[in-house]
Design a protein around this ligand. Structure first.
Ligand code: NAD
Length: 425
């Protein structure tokens, strides 16, 4: 057998179809069905996929579900969520239903500013450098705003300057933060351009050398917040309420628990971020960095009992999402998701996402503090297992139900049950 090489010169210049042929040939997958599967790009046309990323050969379809019952700032929302995980959408619907009568979610936002960092090294007098940068704030404002007149026209642009000194193994570094209001854009490209344009000026003002010029995903000038009160009666009484608070206290103090607690929050957050074509990694990096801001990794949410004995939940996390740029404006499903929610600004979207994160957290904690997550999760998951076992059409529901009745959601059991079902018919 001849040795396969991944050195494929000019792969990027090929058409999507030719890239698919080359890839299948490499993998020894010559089946026409395989090629057809790659070329069926669903609701993202192949030429658009090819423009969004490099070397595109297809798309990866993920289900989009609608979270119902979400009352946010007095308005009803149907929230599109893109996720491959069962129970995630149901969790938000349930949390929304149980808070609907008590007024749903209230949200707010700290602003829409992003931070770009410029790393200056090879300096002996960091204190002096710091002030020589700070005193040029008006010059810096003009340089930054000149980079993006469109952003300025939309009410955004340079807002403030921070300069920090960080000690390193190679001596002090002076880190300049450009604080830029990016309005309805996530803003990565906008602030990166400003940082790159400003870098040579900082070198000439200080005599130092600039290395990195890039945004920070710890977008703590762009915090989305949501809060909600669940009536103790509506959620199963004081035991359930107290169980949720105890679960939160565990996550507050223990990073092993906090990682899973926050993963649940991000199940909701990332699904809406994805459905609107935003950058899931940017939001996830921001959330986890923010969760560790106290010096230890902790819960993104906060749970407490109100004076009237009800359960109050709140959440605060960086939410760098936009309506302009990246895939948000280009992906047909992202555009449809924004239309379903009638989103008019990046701030409105960020606030909805924070509410979804809190809703998700409520349902996860409630399940954990009562029956455990497996009961609810497994009844949904049983359908995936039935599918994996080869069930088709009506067989899927029948096998899934058998797995739930048996209390054993396992692939081997699903295969046995499928055989039994088929032998009967
Ligand atoms: P972009 O550059 O495509 O669009 C933003 C621009 O649109 C603004 O700079 C402005 O000129 C214009 N604009 C028009 N109307 C506007 C309005 N109402 N409000 C604000 N701006 C308006 O996109 P972006 O948001 O700068 O960058 C987002 C992309 O950058 C995402 O795809 C992200 O994945 C990617 N990215 C992320 C990182 C990171 O997170 N570390 C790094 C690099 C790139």
């Amino acid at each position: 057998m001849s040795k396969k090489s991944s050195r494929i010169s000019g792969f990027h210049t090929l058409s999507v179809a030719d890239r698919v042929s080359k890839t299948l040939e490499f993998a020894g997958m010559s089946d026409e069905q395989d090629a057809a599967m790659f070329l069926n790009t669903g609701n993202l046309p192949a030429d658009l996929a090819d423009r969004l990323i490099e070397n595109a050969v297809g798309t990866m379809n993920i289900p989009v579900g609608i979270a119902t019952n979400m009352l946010i700032d007095g308005r009803d929302y149907l929230v599109p969520m893109a996720t491959e995980e069962s129970s995630v959408v149901a969790a938000v619907c349930n949390a929304g239903r149980q808070s609907y009568e008590s007024g749903g979610f209230q949200t707010s936002m700290s602003g829409t500013c992003m931070i770009a960092q410029i790393q200056l090294v090879d300096i002996t007098d960091p204190g002096n450098c710091r002030l020589s940068i700070l005193e040029r704030i008006e010059e810096i404002r003009a340089i930054c705003n000149d980079c993006d007149p469109v952003l300025v026209k939309h009410g955004g642009g340079f807002r403030d300057l921070e300069v920090r000194i960080i000690e390193s193994a190679h001596g002090p570094m002076v880190i300049t933060h450009l604080i830029v209001d990016t309005r309805d854009a996530m803003g990565a490209n906008a602030v990166n351009t400003m940082a790159e344009t400003l870098a040579p000026h900082i070198e000439s003002w200080t005599g130092g050398r600039v290395y990195l010029r890039i945004l920070s995903n710890l977008a703590d000038r762009r915090l989305a917040r949501a809060r909600c009160v669940w009536k103790a009666d509506a959620i199963g009484g004081p035991d359930v309420r107290d169980g949720i608070v105890r679960a939160y206290e565990f996550a507050l103090m223990d990073p092993y628990r906090a990682a899973t607690h926050n993963k649940g929050i991000m199940n909701g957050v990332s699904a809406v971020v994805m459905a609107t074509g935003n950058d899931t990694r940017a939001v996830e990096a921001g959330a986890h960095a923010y969760a560790a801001r106290k010096g230890w990794y902790s819960s993104l949410s906060h749970w407490e009992v109100t004076a009237s004995g009800d359960l109050a939940g709140s959440i605060e996390l960086p939410m760098a999402v936009g309506l302009i740029g990246g895939a948000t404006k280009l992906h047909p499903m992202a555009r449809a998701s924004l239309r379903i929610m009638d989103i008019q600004s990046a701030e409105q979207l960020a606030r909805v996402i924070a509410a979804v994160g809190l809703a998700q957290n409520f349902s996860a904690l409630k399940a954990l503090a009562t029956e455990g997550v497996q009961k609810g999760h497994m009844s949904l998951h049983s359908q995936n297992i039935a599918l994996m076992a080869g069930a088709e059409g009506d067989e899927i529901a029948a096998v899934a139900q058998r797995l739930v009745d048996l209390g054993t959601v396992r692939i081997d059991v699903a295969e046995q049950e499928l055989l039994k079902l088929r032998s009967k018919s």
